[in-house]
Each structure stands twice: as structure tokens, then as C-alpha cells.
Ligand binder design. Structure first.
Ligand code: 5GP
Length: 180
């Protein structure tokens, strides 16, 4: 285990099981639909990669990037779109893929922006959910696992852009957060 990690919350095996289970459910739910999977950069990349390989349907993949966390561990609340997807979503059933649903401000902003482009539908899948932290009126249609109110890294999630490549989800030790 990486020495900066206090505790592993979701193991590599558990992550694989989550993608398999959610992928199978999404496959059932989206038969016959025009599926567009939209990953929210950068945190969702590992989850999207594993999840999409468990979705046994034709689909398109795109990415959107919003800034919500800077170098800190607390959401700024000012959401800015850094990279957008195609403007025309008509006919598409959009599946937004998020790494972690925290206050929900980022997803609410993206969801409300995309709904104005008249997609057939929009649903949300999040790997991790911190329900105790929710502020915005938004929920995920598919949730991998609930996590406690702690700052987690790995499997795409970062702290100051580091730790994304850890193959598991772990709690970053408080001493590492205070050092920066
Ligand atoms: P929200 O807008 O829901 O408060 O924040 C969502 C974004 O904040 C996530 O996509 C993620 O990038 C970041 N975030 C929220 N909680 C955590 C956390 O515990 N660890 C990491 N690394 N990022 C987080």
C-alpha cells in the first residue's frame, strides 16, 4: 500500500466487481437506445474505461471537463466548463459518468447545461457517493458504493493531480493534506 494512504476503502477486486455489476445493469436498461457515455474529466477515466467494457451495447464516448476543486480539498462552488462536448445531443440517451458525488454542485451544473440541448434522456452513474455531503438537488441513477465523509484518492481521483494511478480507492492521510 502507498505510505501516504491511511486506509484502503475500495480494493481493486471490489472496483472490478462494481464495474461488472453496473455495466450489466446499464446494458439491460439501455437496449435499443442511442447511448452516449460522457466521462467527467479527469477523475472518471479509470471508472469509465472499466465500466464501458462491461456495457455490451453499441455506444459513443465523449468527455467534459469542469473545474470545481483547485489545489484544496473543498469545493469552490464556482463551476467552470473547461472542455465541452458536441452541442447537438438530440436523439442521444446520455449517461454521465462521475468519479465521486460530493456536494453535487458540479454534476448539477453539467446536468442542467446538457438538458437544455434536448437529449432523449440524461442519467448519472457515479463510482462513489458521499450522501452526507449533498447540497445540490441531484441524485445518481447508478451508484457504485457509498463512502464516508473523508478525502479519498486513487483510481482516477487526485490530490493536487497526484495519486490518480493508485489501483484502489484510499483515504489520504491527514499529514499529507496538511503538508501541501
Ligand atoms: P462536488 O461538486 O460534488 O462537490 O464535487 C465533485 C468533484 O469534486 C468530483 O468530481 C471530484 O473531482 C472532487 N471531489 C469530491 N470529493 C472528493 C474526494 O474525496 N477526493 C477527491 N480526490 N476528489 C473529490
Amino acid at each position: 500500500m502507498n505510505q501516504d494512504i491511511e486506509k484502503i476503502l475500495v480494493t481493486q477486486d471490489e472496483l472490478a466487481q462494481i464495474s461488472k455489476k453496473l455495466g450489466e445493469q446499464i446494458t439491460k436498461d439501455y437496449v435499443g437506445k442511442k447511448l452516449l457515455i460522457v466521462g467527467i474529466l479527469k477523475g472518471s477515466i479509470y471508472f469509465l474505461t472499466d465500466l464501458s467494457r462491461n456495457i455490451d451495447l453499441p455506444c459513443c464516448i465523449d468527455f467534459i471537463q469542469a473545474s470545481s476543486y483547485g489545489s484544496d480539498t473543498v469545493s469552490s462552488g464556482n463551476i467552470e466548463i473547461i472542455k465541452d462536448i458536441s452541442k447537438d445531443l438530440s436523439g442521444f440517451d446520455v449517461l454521465l459518468v462521475e468519479d465521486i458525488l460530493d456536494t453535487g454542485r458540479t454534476l448539477k451544473h453539467i446536468h442542467d447545461m446538457l438538458i437544455k440541448r434536448n437529449p432523449e434522456s440524461i442519467a448519472i452513474v457515479t463510482l462513489l457517493d458521499k450522501p452526507s455531503r449533498r447540497e445540490a438537488d441531484i441524485y445518481a441513477d447508478y451508484v457504485g458504493v457509498d463512502v464516508p465523509n473523508a478525502f479519498v484518492v486513487g483510481y482516477g481521483l487526485d490530490y493536487n493531480q497526484f495519486y490518480r494511478n493508485l489501483p484502489y480507492i484510499g483515504i489520504l492521510s491527514q499529514s499529507k493534506i496538511e503538508q501541501n
